[in-house]
Design a binder for this molecule. Structure first.
Ligand code: PAF
Length: 284
């Protein structure tokens, strides 16, 4: 299987136009590289469901509100391309920053209250940057379906809102979180953890799983306190936020009866550096 590597928008457009002319469906898996099994599951699904799969590998500067975070973000393009070839991706779009942003993107996206809570409240400008790059990718590739991992639960809701507001004919297909055997949600940021920090980070998912049981006979507030206090008591872990929200509006729920779609979203700082890890768990 030959996987073509495309570095320019014009080469990408030509590639896609030729496949469209053959009547093929196109799946897009947007990534920032440093690929792991979580990304692989998205690519496998696209390869299975679509005629052609395009994977973008682009560390998007406009979604980082912290320069250190951008500089430290792992970059492993060669290994990524090898993995993508083995998964049967048809094309890897790996452009430079200048290719994606020949001039500064001044567009402002705002979808309150979905993008103003949780990650949106802690990382000003983050979702604006995500919308800038994802909307560009959608307009460049014009995919039938775009695949996103549910680890970034809020990102999916924001991308959906952006797609709807721009009336882009792309279906957003969420895919389940992929976890390591320990339960740790797979993330490119896990490579920044030392082995011992990785063992500590396992507690995040373990406590979230325990909280599903706990929630059966405790209130929402008690469950929030259980998760937060248990994790904060562990050396080298610090919960930034844990919120139990309605899965669609992303607004806090006060009672389990308030919605049939309830998700707990967490961000935890782990270790010396520290590394910021996110995860979520479904209660209903
Ligand atoms: O989830 C990510 O890796 C990024 O936010 C995305 C969707 C590729 C946009 O840069």
């Amino acid at each position: 299987m030959n996987t073509i590597i495309l570095e320019t928008v014009s080469a990408l457009r030509q590639f896609v136009a030729a496949r469209r002319a053959e009547g093929k469906t196109i799946g897009l898996v947007p990534t920032m590289g440093a690929l792991h099994e979580g990304h692989a599951s998205l690519v496998r699904r696209s390869v299975k469901e679509q005629d052609v799969t395009v994977v973008s590998v682009f560390v998007n500067p406009t979604q980082f509100n912290d320069k250190n975070d951008l500089n430290n973000y792992p970059r492993t393009l060669e290994a990524d391309c090898q993995l993508l070839a083995s998964l049967g991706a048809d094309a890897v779009f790996a452009p430079s920053v200048e290719e994606v942003y020949p001039e500064p993107d001044t567009r402002q996206f705002s979808f309150p209250p979905i993008d103003s809570v949780m990650e949106g409240a802690r990382r000003p400008g983050h979702f604006n940057g995500v919308c800038q790059v994802v909307s560009k990718l959608f307009m460049m590739v014009e995919p039938d379906v775009a695949y996103f991992g549910e680890k970034d639960f809020q990102q999916i809701a924001v991308v959906r809102a952006m797609t709807k507001s721009l009336e882009l004919p792309v279906e957003i297909r969420p895919c389940p979180i992929v976890r390591e055997a320990s339960g740790l949600a797979m993330s490119s940021r896990n490579t920044l953890l030392t082995e011992s920090e990785k063992r500590t980070a396992q507690s995040i998912s373990q406590v979230l799983f325990l909280s599903q049981e706990y929630a059966r006979n405790h209130s929402v507030n008690e469950t929030i306190a259980f998760v937060t206090d248990t994790l904060n008591a562990i050396d080298r872990l610090e919960v930034e936020y844990f919120q139990i929200v309605d899965g669609e509006s992303l607004q806090d729920v006060a009672d389990w009866d308030e919605s049939n779609d309830i998700v707990g979203c967490i961000t935890v700082f782990c270790g010396e550096r520290p590394v910021r890890l996110i995860d979520n768990i479904r209660y209903k």
